[in-house]
Design a protein around this ligand. Structure first.
Ligand code: PMP
Length: 361
C-alpha cells in the first residue's frame, strides 16, 4: 500500500490536523533549555516497587490519597492521569459529541485544547481574550450555543497572568447546566492562592487540571490530575485507559507527594520566584525590550523589537526560548522559562551582547 492510500484511510479531521508543536518536537541543539516551562534540574528518586510482572492499579491508592490531602479535597474528587494533557483529552472525549458539540478557548492560550478537540472531531470555537488577556465574557456568552466544554488556563500559558476570579464566577454562572468549565492550573503552585479547588462545592460543572510537570520537577514522569466532583470523575473513569499510569510512575508520584516531597516542591517554587524577580528586572533594563509582562508562573513573556533575529541568534548559541510571535496578539513576543540562576544570567548576558550589536548596525 502506498503512503498516499494509507493517508486516504485516515479520518478526514486527522488528515487536516496540524500536530501540537511541542518544545521537544521543535528540536534545537541547546545547552540552555528555557522553552518548555520545566524545572531546570533533575530531582533524584529511587524505585521502591518491584512488581512489574503485575498490572498497576488503575487509580493508585497512595497517589490519590496524597493528592487529595494536598489539594484539600476528597479522594473521590481526584483522578490521576498521564499528565494534564490526558486530562484535557478525557474531558473532551467524555463530554463532546464529535461532529456536533464544540469546545471554547480564549487565545492566546495553551495549544493542546484545540489539538485534542480537532483530533476527536470536535469544533474548537475561539473567542479571543481582551487586550489585557482577561476573558471577553459578552463574546463568550454570545457564542456559547453548542459548546460543551470551556477551557480557561489560569495562570495562562503563555501570557502568565491569573484570570480574574470574578470573571471566572460569571463564566461558571453563565455555563451552569450547559457546559463544563475546565480551569487548567498547570502552574498553580507558583501562585497557590489563586486555585479554584474550593469552588468545587458550589459548581458541579467545574473541572480543575493539575500536573507534576512544573513545580514538582517531574515533566518526564508524565503524571497529572483531574479534580472535579464525583459525578464528573465517574464519567471520566469510564473513558480512561485501564492502566493509565505505569507502576514506576505511581511509585515516584507517591514519593513526590509525601510531606518531604511537598516541602521540597515549595522550596523550588521560592527559588524560581527569586530567579524570576532577577530576570524580570534585567529584562526591563534591556534596550530593545518593549514590555515584560507580569507573571504568576515559572516563565515570563516579553516583547522586543527584533524578536525573530534575537530568537534565532540565541538558538544558534544554544539558548532555546519559545517563540510566541505567531500567536494571536503576541507579535514580537518571546517566552522564557525561569531556569537556574546561572542560566538566567547567561540569557541576560547574551541578550545584552545582541542588543549592543543590533544598535551598532
Ligand atoms: N496545561 C498547560 C497550560 C501547560 O502549559 C502544560 C504543559 N506544557 C500542560 C497543560 C500539560 O502538562 P502535562 O505535562 O502534565 O501533560
Amino acid at each position: 500500500m502506498s503512503s498516499k492510500s494509507i493517508e486516504a484511510l485516515a479520518r478526514e479531521n486527522v488528515r487536516q490536523l496540524t500536530p501540537y508543536q511541542s518544545a521537544r518536537r521543535l528540536g534545537g541543539k541547546g545547552d540552555v533549555w528555557l522553552n518548555a516551562n520545566e524545572y531546570p534540574t533533575a530531582v533524584p528518586f529511587e524505585l521502591t516497587q518491584q512488581t512489574l510482572n503485575r498490572y498497576p492499579e488503575c487509580q493508585p491508592e497512595a497517589v490519590i490519597t496524597r493528592y487529595a490531602a494536598y489539594a484539600g479535597l476528597n479522594k473521590d474528587q481526584v483522578l490521576v492521569n498521564r499528565g494534564a494533557d490526558e486530562g484535557i483529552e478525557l474531558v473532551v472525549r467524555a463530554f463532546c459529541e464529535p461532529g456536533q458539540d464544540a469546545i471554547m478557548i480564549c487565545p492566546p492560550t495553551y495549544g493542546m485544547y484545540s489539538v485534542s478537540a480537532e483530533t476527536i472531531g470536535v469544533e474548537c470555537r475561539k473567542v479571543p481574550a481582551l487586550a489585557n488577556w482577561q476573558l471577553d465574557l459578552p463574546a463568550m456568552q454570545a457564542q456559547l450555543d453548542g459548546v460543551k466544554v470551556v477551557f480557561v488556563c489560569s495562570p495562562n500559558n503563555p501570557t502568565g497572568q491569573v484570570i480574574n476570579p470574578e470573571d471566572l464566577k460569571s463564566l461558571l454562572e453563565m455555563t451552569r447546566d450547559r457546559a463544563i468549565v475546565v480551569a487548567d492550573e498547570a502552574y498553580i503552585e507558583f501562585c497557590p492562592q489563586a486555585t479554584l479547588t474550593s469552588w468545587l462545592k458550589d459548581y458541579p460543572h467545574l473541572v480543575v487540571l493539575r500536573t507534576l510537570s512544573k513545580a514538582f520537577a517531574l515533566a518526564g514522569l508524565r503524571c497529572g490530575f483531574t479534580l472535579a466532583n464525583k459525578p464528573v470523575i465517574d464519567l471520566l473513569l469510564k473513558v480512561i485507559a485501564p492502566y493509565p499510569l505505569s507502576t514506576p510512575v505511581a511509585d515516584i508520584a507517591a514519593q513526590a507527594l509525601s510531606e518531604a516531597g511537598l516541602t521540597a516542591m515549595r522550596g523550588r517554587v521560592a527559588e524560581i520566584l527569586r530567579n524570576r524577580r532577577e530576570l524580570v528586572s534585567a529584562l526591563q533594563a534591556l534596550p530593545g525590550v518593549e514590555q515584560v509582562y507580569p507573571s504568576d508562573t515559572n516563565y515570563v513573556l516579553f516583547k522586543l523589537s527584533e524578536c525573530s533575529v534575537v530568537f534565532k541568534s540565541l538558538w544558534d548559541q544554544g539558548i532555546i526560548l519559545r517563540d510566541q510571535s505567531k500567536q494571536p496578539g503576541l507579535g514580537g513576543c518571546l517566552r522564557i522559562t525561569i531556569g537556574t540562576e546561572a542560566e538566567c544570567q547567561r540569557v541576560v548576558a547574551a541578550l545584552y551582547a545582541l542588543s549592543a550589536s543590533i544598535t551598532a548596525e
